[in-house]
Design a protein around this ligand. Sequence first.
Ligand code: ADP
Ligand code: MG
Length: 612
Amino acid sequence: MNRIGTIWVATVLVAVSFALYQVYGYAAGTLGVMAVSTALCGYPVVYKAIGSLRYRIVGIEVLVTIAILGALAIGEYWEAAAVTYLFYLGGYLEQRTLKKTRSSVKALLALAPDTARLRRDGVELVVDPQTVAVGEKVIVKPGERIAVDGTITEGTAVVNQSALTGESLPLQRRVGEFVYAGTIVQSGYMVVRAERVGNGTTFARIIELVEEAQDAKAKTEKFIQRFSRYYTPAIILLSLLLYAFSGDIRLSLTLLVIACPGALVISVPVSIVAGIGNGARKGILVKGGDVMERMGNVQAIAFDKTGTLTKGKPTVVFVHTCEGDPQEIAIIAASGESYSEHPIAQAIVRYATTELGAKLSLPSSSHPIAGMGITFTLDDQDYLVGNRTLFAQHGLSFSAVEPIMRQEEEKGRTVVLVGTHARIIGLLAVSDVVQDDAKALIASLKKLGVQHVVMLTGDNQHTALFIAEQLHVDEFQAELLPEDKVAAIQQLSRRYTSVAMVGDGVNDAPALAASDLGIAIGEAGRDVAMETADVVVMSGHLGQLSYAIELARSTMRTMKQNIAFAILVAVVLLAGVLIRTVNLSFGMLVHELSVLLVIGNAMRLRRYGSNR
Ligand code: ADP
Ligand code: MG
């Protein structure tokens, strides 16, 4: 018989035995029905109690078992039947509702691709996505889910990435661009070269992370184990003492039942699970309860500038040369930057290849220097491309171009110097625009009570000042190397209890790791970001950060309400027991109701923010 069947049978048995008891008292028939009902509902508790005692854990089940056996021993058969029934029913309802708090994982799983269309040896066939190998060509038609992470090799399509990012705004994707498993092709047709398959896809990783973070049962159990080492034995001792002093066995048995810490034990994990689930459906990955807690308490937030507060897609807007053709300078710089993934490098390469239509020759060697630029060799000539620090380190003077640099930087542009090891030969200015929602975000963070907002950047003072003034941050620090960003975070940590670092995860992984709370805002699925950050905003939309913090605050609030409520119920029940108005079964009833109320309160979080 399944659980729901058992519940129905037990309900009938309990009702019948209560009716019999009212009419005939403890007649043989009454006792028979009661015995069956008690055995049916009590068996699992006793079984679990014995199981846990074997591992020397005195759990809740042990308390309830003692109470039941005690009630039977003193002839309170009805109480024993009622308590076992209520405990069984309560446990069932608790599990059912708890499952609902995890429904976001189920919702995510429903978005997983279940077939993949392949072209193998020229024939098209449909297979299980788990069997696709890296490098195979996957075909996706309109309305279908992409089964792998990979690069488009043929076709163009409009892709809906909501499974990953929570945003249903469709995006145009072309040859050479990356697409993710779990996302849907709305229109168009494409062939994707599989790069990550099966459990290695970003989508599979997300499900795994959410599952881990949401495992309330595991967390509750861990909590109970720690809790019950001292708590439950203490309660047993207390009820023995109570019996010794009052001589009232009913009183001490009731104490055992009402002292069950059910609502208290579940109050924290259930709130966190619901909060994490809410985030997951909106493309905000929160990696665990402690992370949620730190995010709820965040006092200071540091932002990386490039790629986080700004779009990170700069364009070359100005070229200056000390001698010769400006185009030549741009082409030399672009050739040297060909291998670099830095947004500035990509801007220069884009400018040379598309604006100037140049064909780049590749450098014979190149060395990117984090936070400074790059050195390379091209046609047997050594070059430097980068900022002041890079040139100063190589003992090269740039005073000749200093006025032009200043002039560009005060417009918020970043100047990239170009030189040989002997002298400066020119410069390029790139301009990056501030994200649309950056200013609004910083305003709303302040409204949420975040005390200090800082901008950290490797860019120069003038450009940084220009952007900082636009955004109204409280403080900015410029010309930082990656290790300086780490030091800046550590310094903030001394002043504020919880410090978050927000970055795109490209070159700020160390700072993300050094903060109390690393938040990566990135184009879905950047590996580094997913691994190092504590919170990932998959959509890459900066504005969602204030939602994430509001959600965390709300989760903390729910958690505190639940704890307060659980303690209040316990105190009231205890008082009721001591003034002898609460008996065993009533105590159990209130106890189970309080557990359900705590879960219900947490469930409200699942719908939080859905009416915006
Ligand atoms: P951030 O992301 O905070 O702007 P980075 O550490 O990425 O800082 O870069 C700091 C500065 O170093 C840039 O503003 C730029 O002047 C210079 N730089 C870094 N990498 C390159 C590169 N590949 N080409 C040119 N300049 C670079
Ligand atoms: Mg950066």
